[in-house]
Design a protein around this ligand. Structure first.
Ligand code: MRU
Length: 353
């Protein structure tokens, strides 16, 4: 299989601004847009123009550099005040993916060590570049560990998009797919379309098909019957936040697939960098689940889909309990139950690096 993964990066820092692929337009149009101020950064994250936990983390990290440029502080105190105020605003643009607040806090804390305004600017950019580069490297490592772990499995089901579009590298769940292809293993993917914004149908199928990997799109609700046929060897999904006990918050619909995989005896893997592990959140019940606007359910394109006045519940994510997760593939290795212990070990391993 010839692997082509040379499409433009999901986001990149260029001189004084961030460039992102405007993901809401895919697959019809591949357009790159510039984010030049804090409002544009927050808006792009909120609209899902840039999305996926590690990608919004990197975007938020560079967003801090944008904030310093935009605020052009004259003193160290002014620069630190910008870090506090805009760090808070950018870090809260979406609540569920821990990578966003993690990356923003990391950049702000590091930049605050600067003793001059120039130092603060320099340290912020240095730290944001580190977030970007570490995620890229983590994706490659996840791909390698994943390809070893799933070497005997060739037909993989996934949900949402946890690929090149969602990270600064080859992706997490899709990083495993690319890792298998790089290792010369056979691989094909079933992608559920993913409500409400069709990240699976629009994005996963776009990036896998442009890479040359066979992909089939299905409605989310077809996952359980597909799993029951025995055609799927493993499910691999990404994550937005993994609690200390291994409960996994990911795109709404993930939990349904995990239950169906359990019923069908199919292994259910989560692929995520250690920046998605949240030792400060004890269980999935403590994870804030983002609620999205009702219009995403009330309309499909320009068509009305629900009667006027009907209540809408539109959570962006759900939580899959740890007992349904076969293993968590990270850049420091494959974590297995007991997750309290293996997650603690993984975080200790990166802390000492
Ligand atoms: O709302 P989204 O599109 O940002 O949701 C993305 C997901 O749920 C991904 O699976 C997760 O962020 C992991 S991306 C490597």
């Amino acid at each position: 299989m010839k692997l082509n993964i040379d499409s433009p990066p999901t986001l990149i820092w260029l001189d004084d601004h961030i460039e992102i692929i405007e993901q809401t337009l895919l697959p019809a149009e591949l357009k790159v847009i510039k984010l030049r101020n804090v409002e544009e950064v927050i808006d792009a994250i909120f609209r899902l123009a840039v999305r996926g936990a590690p990608a919004i983390g990197a975007c938020g990290a560079y967003g801090i550099v944008v904030a310093l440029n935009e605020g052009s502080p004259a003193t160290v105190d002014e620069a630190r005040a910008i870090l506090d105020k805009d760090g808070e605003r950018i870090g809260n643009a979406r609540p569920t993916a821990v990578n966003l607040s993690w990356a923003v806090n990391r950049v702000c804390t590091y930049a605050k060590k600067g003793e001059t305004v120039e130092d603060i600017h320099r340290l912020a950019l240095e730290s944001a570049n580190a977030v970007f580069n570490e995620d890229r490297a983590a994706c490659d490592a996840i791909g390698t560990f994943g390809s070893e772990e799933l070497a005997d499995y060739s037909v993989i089901m996934t949900h949402c998009n946890a690929g090149r579009l969602a990270t600064t590298g080859i992706g997490t769940a899709l990083g495993v797919i690319y890792g298998k292809a790089r290792a010369g293993q056979e691989v094909e993917v079933y992608s559920s379309e993913t409500r409400p914004l069709l990240q699976g149908a629009r994005l996963t199928s776009w990036e896998l098909s442009t890479a040359g990997i066979p992909v089939t799109v299905m409605p989310d609700s077809a996952g359980s019957s597909l799993l029951r046929t025995g055609r799927i060897h493993a499910v691999v999904v990404g994550a937005d936040r993994i609690a200390a006990n291994g409960d996994v918050a990911n795109k709404v619909g993930t939990y349904t697939h995990a239950l169906a995989a359990k019923a069908a005896g199919v292994p259910f893997y989560v692929a995520a960098p250690t920046s998605t592990l949240d030792a400060l959140t004890a269980t999935g019940a403590d994870i804030e689940i983002e609620q999205r606007i009702p219009e995403e359910i009330q309309r499909c394109g320009d068509k009305q889909t629900t009667p006027d006045g009907v209540n809408i519940w539109n959570p962006a994510f759900d939580v899959t309990p740890a007992e349904l997760v076969t293993a968590i593939i990270t850049e420091v290795g494959v974590l297995r139950p007991d997750y309290n212990e293996s997650i603690r070990g993984a975080l200790a391993a990166v802390a000492t690096k």
